[in-house]
Design a binder for this molecule. Sequence first.
Ligand SMILES: [Zn+2]
Length: 133
Amino acid sequence: MLRMNSEKTCPCGRGRDYNDCCGSLHGGMPAPNAEALMRSRYSAFVLGLEPYLLGTWHADTRPVSLDFAAEPAMKWLGLTVKRHEQADADHAVVEFVAHYKVNGRAHRLHEVSRFVRQDGRWFYLDGEFPGDA
Ligand SMILES: [Zn+2]
């Protein structure tokens, strides 16, 4: 588990202190909405928090594990949330673009993610990849 010092800016791009941002969600606080959960999952990817990622993945679509040990490693560079739409109280869509590098080459992930809320907690369900637009 990676320890962050208290003055570290959160990786999710909101410019807040990690402990006041995704850190509290990583510590067990429920995400207030799907966008907050999505940002906290991006931060968890940056920090390699596999248990958090699996724990916020819907049981129907959750993988058994995530391959953080894969080589070459992905280096996450930044996140931009483009859209957050709440369809009803328990369903939401978040569209985002994330940038990362593998082997020094830059890549761009553009995803429209679906989220559902169960028992007061948001979960990542699945995503579509609209391609570059
Ligand atoms: Zn954050």
